[in-house]
Ligand binder design. Structure first.
Ligand code: AMP
Length: 406
């Protein structure tokens, strides 16, 4: 029996197949450029003796055809991982926005779909393609249990004082304008892994989790519950990101409109796609930023400084609200792979008991590792994230809960 995890974007469909028993990954892949010129399916299959990686150029006009092609590859007589689609007993869907309704993983039925649809205004770019993924999966895998795992769910425990903005309260009560937070699946996963690594129950730990991918966010986790996070109503708030500004003076858009004559769309596009590292130094790839900075490029150096300064500022803020920290946990593309970012973000924090060991920091591995000095009161850890595995774990739990009743 297998679990399929789907992450459906506007023009892409990412998938991963897990063995239900041991959650080993059997296959993964991505369909890209759905509905565009040059669509393709790239996949990797882990067979007993070898790994097969292939790319197929295909005409893929929509998500329906995309998932049918994924199924064909999974069923492929030569190196498929299933013999019949009924082997896929459960499908876990990544859904970006669960609004205020979904506090945990949901087994999908018509009502859940309606509620995800109602939350589209909160995530107009993400929820529609996520829904599309659910709809096509329900059509193609009619027997499988369909499960939604929400990016926002882990943050439901944030208290009101941290999630309500200081704008008229009706804005929250009537229009649901509040902090929701994102990357919850990743923050939850690395927090659990940290607890295992430290050999202490999550309930006894205070953690700051730092997810630095192309999008970036931090979370303050106390006794296993998220108490604050840096992303807000949308994923634009908080840290400096690849192409997003993160925190700015909320009056800047009025200045841009009033004084610079920019349209609403142009401002939205600028803040989401032309800011962050890209706006500061021309690229959103942290590898290039670090390289350029080391090569003496002043803009890249400034971008790196601003990026890490913001992380440090949130470490200070979250240390204060947590009343002390047991570990700071770096994860995702940049968090796992950039010693420069980790070093700058944690520099000169000795007075908070945070001391990075530069030698350990530069060593690399795909495993959990400790990069703080022996004397550091706060552990600094690098914990590889795995959102697909976390979705598979949640899906397996949901399947186990209901399989007795099926
Ligand atoms: P993610 O969204 O988690 O896939 O992370 C994407 C980001 O990770 C991109 O900005 C990459 O430049 C960054 N990244 C990946 N490898 C490295 C590395 N070795 N050093 C610095 N940044 C990296």
């Amino acid at each position: 029996m297998k679990i399929l995890v789907l992450n459906s974007g506007s023009s892409s469909l990412k998938y991963e197949v897990f063995d239900l028993e041991n959650l080993n990954v059997l296959a993964r892949g991505i369909v890209e450029k759905i509905g565009e010129e040059g669509s393709f399916l790239r996949y990797r299959v882990n067979l007993a003796q070898r790994v097969i990686e292939e790319t197929k150029n295909l005409v893929i006009p929509d998500h329906d055809i995309a998932l049918k092609n994924v199924l064909n590859v999974l069923l492929d007589g030569k190196h498929g991982v299933i013999r019949d689609k009924s082997e896929v007993v459960a499908i876990g869907h990544r859904v970006v926005h669960g609004g205020e309704t979904f506090h945990s993983t949901a087994i999908i039925d018509g009502k859940v779909i309606d509620t995800i649809r109602e939350n589209i205004n909160l995530a107009p770019l993400h929820n529609p393609p996520n829904l599309k993924g659910i709809e096509v999966a329900r059509r193609i895998f009619t027997e499988a249990l369909q499960v939604a795992v929400f990016d926002t769910a882990f943050h439901h425990s944030i208290p009101r004082k941290a999630f309500i903005y200081a704008i008229p309260l009706e804005m929250y009560q009537k229009h649901k304008i509040r902090r929701y937070g994102f990357h919850g699946t990743s923050h939850a996963y690395v927090a659990e892994k940290t607890s295992e690594y430290m050999g202490k129950p999550l309930e006894d730990l205070s953690l700051i989790t730092v997810h630095l991918g192309n999008g970036a966010s931090m979370a303050a986790v106390k006794n296993g519950k998220c108490v604050d996070t840096s992303m807000g109503m949308t994923p634009l708030e908080g840290l400096v990101m690849g192409t997003r500004s993160g925190d700015i003076d909320p009056a800047l858009p009025f200045y841009m409109a009033g004084q610079l004559g920019m349209s609403y769309d142009a401002i939205e596009n600028l803040l989401n796609r032309e800011c962050g590292l890209r706006g500061l130094c021309g690229t959103n790839d942290m590898r290039a930023v670090v390289k350029m900075s080391k090569g003496g490029n002043e803009k890249a150096k400034l971008a790196l400084d601003i990026y890490c300064y913001r992380i440090k500022k949130y470490i200070g803020a979250y240390t204060a609200i947590l009343g002390g920290v047991d570990a700071i946990v770096f994860t995702a593309g940049i968090g796992e792979n950039s010693p420069d970012v980790r070093s700058l973000s944690c520099s000169d924090l000795g007075y908070l008991g945070i001391e990075i060991d530069e030698e350990k920091n530069i060593s690399s591995s795909g495993e959990i590792r400790e990069i703080s000095t022996a004397a550091s009161r706060v552990k600094i850890l690098v914990v590889p994230t795995n959102e697909e595995l976390k979705i598979a774990i949640e899906t397996k739990k949901a399947y186990a809960r209901i399989s007795g009743n099926r």
